[in-house]
Design a protein around this ligand. Structure first.
Ligand code: CU
Length: 187
């Protein structure tokens, strides 16, 4: 009798491990992450471009896109962002001055989940022709956009635990059900 539960335990663990391995890359690749931007994070550019561009790993969905570009005079994003393939473009107001800028974005990943993050850059000369009154401040690199995926790590772990529990439960049930027959067989 002892061999049956340990065999089931081994099967349950094996199935759980397989679920965990198969589940992990699927979940991790589900979210669009910011791959590059123009200007890039921490960059000091001579002239403020008339738009910021965010390049994602995959094309975000058209819904729920928000880009806020905050500079010395507040938000200078003008109009709605446009999506062309995996690139999200946000036009900037012609009145935007030189200085430090922080871009905060929110896009909808192709699995429907929101992806948010931010990055900063410095522009010496603004679109209004003004020169930044101060040099670039220290740019603290923003948290990795992929850090949003930290909660996803728990999904494969959960799958492993749940998979093991379900298989052990089913196995235990079968063992209990077969017990009277086996006991009756014994002299
Ligand atoms: Cu998702």
């Amino acid at each position: 009798m002892r061999r049956v539960p340990s065999l089931l335990l081994a099967l349950g663990l094996a199935a759980g491990v397989v679920l965990g391995i198969v589940g992990a890359p699927t979940v991790a690749s589900a979210h669009d992450v910011l791959e590059r931007s123009n200007p890039s994070d921490g960059a000091a550019v001579n002239t403020l471009p008339d738009a910021v561009e965010l390049s994602f790993a995959e094309a975000p969905l058209a819904v729920g896109t928000q880009i806020v570009v905050t500079g010395p005079t507040g938000n200078v994003a003008e109009g709605s962002p446009t999506i062309e393939g995996s690139i999200v473009r946000q036009k900037l107001a012609a009145t935007a001055p030189g200085g430090d800028y922080t871009v905060t974005y929110r896009v909808t990943s192709d699995d429907g989940h929101p992806v948010t993050g931010s990055f900063s850059f410095h522009a010496m000369v603004g679109l209004d022709g003004s020169t930044a009154t101060a040099g670039p401040s220290v740019h603290v690199r923003q948290a990795d956009p992929a850090a949003d995926d930290s909660s996803s790590v728990f999904v494969p772990v959960l799958l492993t635990i749940v998979g093991t529990c379900v298989l052990l439960g089913v196995g235990g049930f079968l063992v209990l059900r077969s017990r009277p027959t086996k006991d009756a067989d014994r002299p």
